[in-house]
Design a protein around this ligand. Structure first.
Ligand code: WTA
Length: 635
């Protein structure tokens, strides 16, 4: 990709223009460089957003692990591929070289095969941030099994829903996990979830906490002995460009989570290209993304993107505040981190703490600072810039989604002048559009609207597992011939984009996407609850927090509200996970509804944000009298 390592703004504009004028030629040139193809494509791109159907590099054959591992062995065999930094700073970091990664991935791949996993089978991975997580992801890719990583903070019910949705044959998990000072009994969550999952035949269990745990005869197997006796050679399965690589679930505004399907060739090309340019990675750099591999950020920018570039990528098991709030900066100093990528929520939490935690450490290795997952506010941006980057490191505010697979709008460091709170310019090949309420594109600058993308890019999700219709309805039906992102954005006078937030019923809490419907469904399972509505409200660390309006059944009205609140949050924790707990729960006698019975969330959002001076048009409400009552009792 030497031709496409962008180093200044003029070059960006040149490359960008080319990518728009002749996209096929552009993406063909990028694919030709540095990747190992077993067979060349006959067609760079075919697309039809009405079906929707998109194919990139049709006819090509490859294996992504050959690109992420094998091809580096000759020149980078001894270089650290994965640098594992454990939860406990007193435990030694582990350097896994490309050669060692090759052997460990192959052993794991051979174990998967021995356990009956074949190309196309789905494997659920529910692991903490330990090397086995990255290795099992790559082992699946090596043999063409489709991995479905479920973030290990999700509850047993959420895990079971995801396992069943894609019929996973196997689950890979651990005896337990460390999280700051806590130990979590991961295996019992799996056991509970699997009571509802007849499709799972085998559970492989990695040892981490060495807790004594029950192993189910015939189903559960300790991983290590199997690895120890497995061969370190495993021929990569030759995959077609459009064969699925993985499924990753994301919340929708309604219904169950959506299993976004990503395919091999396009995802590889795009994550490699964006990693190189967004982080300006140089050969000996040490790169650290603090996300969990359970999210798309971890898939694309801890595992695949960095490894495709032969980078050293840190895999961090810990949390920002253990043993204290200096932990991130201690790791930066210790491993001389060059690129650091985290979430605005983490920055806001760190900024609240004493600056001594930062100043104790030498951060002079840093060259690029990234953020992702939610809008970054002005204050957090400046704190990050002054105290971490010492005003010398460009901040890349990267906007993208599980569905987009890779970074879509972001400054290119040292090329694009940054502007606080702006994700700035689209990556080469990305053609954003802002749309108005009538479905028309808004041209020109200094405008705002709903953010769409009007041309395909290689790493876009191809479908929702088992539900192509939902894929079409969610992303391709709001605007003709456009991919609709669900976000609002504005474009400033020079064409920079600023993402303003979701325009649908997805709420981003601490950078995690949460759909209102599944949370409401869980609350409604409480025997005392008749109905509920969830909205987000501004929170100074989490970005948004959840506010629940709950109507109790007559039988429940006399119940103690404090206990009810605890019980409601318990149900949410069981069904989804602690990340979806409500900060505030207001019991109310009614919810504002339109004549067609739809809850008017706009009003509830304003009340939750304590912004009731102008509630807008309430004339279409069936029951306007409840509004004042809700305001009077707001929390
Ligand atoms: C939001 C994470 C503002 C946005 C990679 C998007 C952002 C959703 C940014 C996707 C950003 C992500 N500025 N908002 N830089 N990055 N978002 O699927 O609302 O977990 O639609 O992917 O996060 O979240 P997801």
């Amino acid at each position: 990709m030497s031709n496409y390592h962008i180093k200044h703004l003029e070059e960006y504009y040149q490359v960008y223009r080319k990518s728009v004028r002749n996209p096929e030629n552009f993406w063909e040139e990028i694919a030709e460089e540095h990747f190992v193809w077993r067979k060349r494509w006959n067609n760079v791109l075919r697309w039809d957003f009405t079906k929707p159907e998109v194919t990139w590099y049709e006819g090509a054959q490859l294996n992504i692990t050959e690109n992420c591992i094998d091809r580096h062995l000759r020149t980078r065999g001894d270089k650290t591929a994965i640098l594992f930094e454990p939860n406990d700073p007193n435990e030694q970091a582990e350097h896994i070289s490309y050669q060692q990664l090759y052997e460990r991935v192959n052993q794991f791949a051979n174990v998967l095969k021995e356990q009956g996993i074949a190309k196309g089978d789905r494997v659920c991975i529910y692991l903490p941030m330990i090397p086995e997580l990255a290795i099992s992801v790559l082992a699946c890719a090596r043999i063409g099994a489709i991995h479905s990583v479920v973030f290990a903070g999700f509850s047993s019910t959420a895990l079971a829903t995801r396992i069943n949705d894609s019929d996973c044959k196997m689950v890979i998990t651990a005896d337990g996990s460390f999280r700051g000072p806590k130990t979590i009994d991961l295996k019992s969550i799996v056991d509970e979830g699997l009571e509802e999952c007849p499709c799972v035949e085998t559970v492989l269990v990695a040892k981490r906490t060495h807790a004594t745990i029950p192993m189910k005869e015939g189903r559960d197997k300790w991983l290590q002995p199997l690895l120890d006796s497995a061969d370190t050679q495993c021929e990569p399965e030759i995959m077609n460009a459009e064969d699925p690589l993985f499924i990753l679930y994301t919340s929708g505004s309604t219904g169950k989570p959506k299993g976004m399907v990503h395919t091999n060739a396009g995802y590889m090309v795009y994550t490699a290209f964006t990693f190189k340019n967004a982080f300006q990675y140089r050969e000996d750099d040490v790169y650290w993304c603090t996300a969990d591999i359970g999210w798309i950020t971890g898939h694309s920018y801890i595992v695949y993107g960095p490894l495709a570039n032969g980078a050293t990528t840190i895999l961090f098991e810990g949390v920002p505040n253990y043993p204290d709030w200096g932990r991130f900066w201690e790791v930066v100093e210790k491993h001389k981190v060059n690129q650091f990528y985290t979430a605005p929520t983490a920055i806001r939490a760190l900024a609240k703490e004493n600056l001594d935690f930062v100043e104790k450490y030498n951060l002079s290795s840093l060259k690029v600072l990234g953020t992702v997952g939610e809008p970054i506010n002005d204050e957090a941006w400046h704190w990050y810039d002054s105290n971490i980057g010492k005003k010398k490191c460009p901040i890349i505010d990267t906007w993208w989604q599980t569905e987009t697979g890779g970074i879509m709008i972001s400054p290119i460091p040292y090329a694009t002048p940054t502007k606080p709170t702006y994700a700035t310019l689209p990556f080469p090949g990305i053609q954003p559009a802002l749309m108005d309420e009538n479905g028309q594109e808004i041209k020109g600058n200094q405008v705002d609207g709903r953010l769409c993308i009007k041309f395909p890019w290689p790493s876009m999700a191809r479908t929702i597992w088992g539900n192509h219709e939902r894929y079409r309805d969610t992303y391709f039906s709001a605007y003709k011939n456009m991919y609709f992102t669900g976000d609002g954005a504005l474009r400033d006078e020079v064409g920079y984009y600023r993402i303003t937030g979701r325009v649908d019923d997805v709420i981003i809490v601490s950078g995690h996407n949460l759909g209102t419907a599944p949370i409401e469904d869980s609350i409604n399972e409480h025997p005392a609850v008749a109905e509920s509505a969830i909205v987000g409200f501004p929170h100074d660390i989490k970005g948004n927090a959840l506010y629940g309006y709950v109507i109790l059944k007559e039988t429940g009205e006399s119940r103690d509200h404090t206990n009810l609140r605890i019980e409601i949050n318990q149900i949410i924790t069981e069904h989804i996970g602690p990340i979806a707990k409500l900060d505030k729960i207001q019991f109310t006698r009614g919810l504002p509804k339109t004549r067609s019975g739809k809850i008017m969330r706009r009003i509830l959002r304003k009340i939750a944000a304590k912004d009731t001076s102008n509630l807008g048009d309430t004339s279409t409400l069936l029951n306007p009298e409840v509004v004042q009552d809700i305001i009077d009792n707001a929390l």
